[in-house]
Every structure is written in C-alpha cells, then in structure tokens.
Design a protein around this ligand. Sequence first.
Ligand code: KG4
Ligand code: ZN
Length: 344
Amino acid sequence: MKKILAFESSCDDTAVAVIDECGRILSNKIYSQVHEYALYGGVVPEIGSRAHIEQILATSKAALGEAKLVLNDIDVIAATLAPGLIGPLLVGANFAKGLALALKIPFIGVHHIRGHVLAGYSEPDFPEAPFIALIASGGHSSLYHCHEDYRISLIGETLDDAAGEAFDKIGRALGFGYPAGKRMDSLARLGNSSRFAFPVAMRKESHFNFSFSGLKTEAIQCIRQQSPYSEQTLRDMCASVEAAIAQALSERAIRAVREKGLRSLVVGGGVAANTGLRELLQKQCAEFGISLFLPQKNLCTDNAVMIARAALIDYKKGNLSSFSTDVRATLPVDEAHVLSQILR
Ligand code: KG4
Ligand code: ZN
C-alpha cells in the first residue's frame, strides 16, 4: 500500500500528515504557532518562517512515528506551494522537495484551497464530484465549483473581509486574543442569537459574492454602545454575530448548489468548525434535499491531511510536480494545475 507524506506551512501551522493510497489517515500532526502572536493580534510572517524552521523536523518525526513508519516507507511527498505567506511556504516546500530528492520519490505541489475543498476526499460520505464547496477561513470566504475531473473553479468570494477575519476583528473588539472564532463559538452557545439584528449583506443579489465589512462595523459599534456589558450581553453579541455570518454563508452556498443544478455541498476552512454554521447548514440542506459533507473539525482548520488527499487525486491521475515548481503568494485555484503537471 503506497504512502503519501504531506506538509502544510502556508500560514501559522506547521502540519505534517501521512495517508495511504486509499486516503486513510495514518497520522495528522500540527504544531500551531498561535501563541507566538498573542502580542500582535495576527500572524507575523518573519516570526512564522522561523517557527516553521524550528518545528518542521520534530513535527515530521512525530508524524512518521504516529504512523509507525520510517522515511523509506514513504512513496510520495506533497506540500502546499500556494497561496500563502512566502517565507512559511518556502520552509515547507523546500523541506518536502529535499526529502523527495533524497529519497528519489515523486513530489506533488498542492494548492491550499484545493486541499480545503478535498479534505474529506475518500471518506465514505464524501460526495462524488461535481459539487459546490464553501471554504470559509481567516483568509478566504469563497464558493467553488468542483468539476467532475476535480478541477476547481471560483464562483464567488468575499468582496472585503473573510468570515474568519470578521470573527477575529469583532473578537478583538471584545478583548479576545487571536484567533477569536473558537472562543466566540463557545460563548454563542450560551447566548440569544436574536437579541441583536446584524446585517446579512447582498441577500437579493444574483451573484455568489459575500461581504462582511458592514456586519463587522455594526458589531463593533454595538460593542461600544453596550459597554460596559454583562456576561449575558457578551454571549448574546457573540450569538448574534455568529447567526448573521452563518446565515450569509449558508444561504448563498445553498443557492449555488441549486442554481448550478448540483446535489452536494462540501464545507471547509476554519469557520466550518463553527457550531452555529454547522447546525444551520444541516437544517437548510435537509430542507432542500442537498447532501452536505462537513469534515471533522480538525480537518476544517489548516492541516496536512487535506494536502495529502488533494495530492492523492493528482497522484492517481499521474500529475506530478517538477522540483523547480516554485511557491507563490497568490495563485487563483482555477490555475492550480500549474503546480502539478503531467510530468511522466
Ligand atoms: O482555515 P484556518 O485554520 O486558517 C486560514 O487559512 O485562515 O482558519 C482560521 C480561521 C480564524 O479566523 C478563526 O477565528 C476561525 O477560522 N475559526 C472559527 C472557529 N474555529 C476557527 N470561527 C468560528 N467558529 C469556530 N469554531
Ligand atoms: Zn486554510
């Protein structure tokens, strides 16, 4: 049984995972740099690059150890090549290429968003392509059409803040550290989501774009007006913000599935771990007879299993990468094929 060792280092997580050729997870290790940014309220690329260098060897050894494998058992190496922070990407990509060269095995460069879309690939309830994917994270809030051949095209995106960015910025105004989404999620469970009516932008528009900056501004104003607020008001604000973000994401994703004549929706990205969003998607998809794939929460946030599974599709097609394929800070997912061409 072939084994893929994969690396993800595009932002603030040093992640290494091993899967087999059936997509089964043999290990999934993540070193999170989040605590390094408590002082700054966001990722600092230079600190990130250094932390990736310090952690990548230990995280790789831990991933191989958990999989009960040694390097010589690995058949394919994969790594995120784009998009992301250049320094962090370079660390993971060069480490991965170095290993593949030394082991004389194929290397596959992966687009980060392809990873999010295909994080659940090979799991029993993961849909057959074509399907629509909603990816909502700190950097992205976008809708994608995953075609029958697993080519992915963008059909809508945020015009301003990403959904996770809105959670993080509103959370910051509430005095929370970065990232704030998970904490707001816990508080929202105890709050009344109809206490504050935050706006859901562009509901009547026919396109598939999102906008979260109006919601962010209103929420930050509300926080100032309510200050000093009780613990219950804090919970109610978190629940109301979460409800507006979940509604915006869910209703547009469902409209995309219906208008494209498809039947399945796949969700991913850090915000897909949000309890309120998961519940609303389950309810609304059931209403419209849409089959919904929600990855387990640790496959929603950045991880290397998703990179390994996207690479598995390329590997099966015979798409490999040249060692000279470089990292890129930006690359539309529609052009992801430039990272792994047919090189046999
Ligand atoms: O996908 P991800 O790990 O990294 C990016 O590529 O951005 O997503 C991180 C984002 C952060 O904005 C974080 O606040 C948000 O996902 N997030 C959540 C939850 N867990 C993570 N937002 C809402 N509810 C959550 N449970
Ligand atoms: Zn991500």
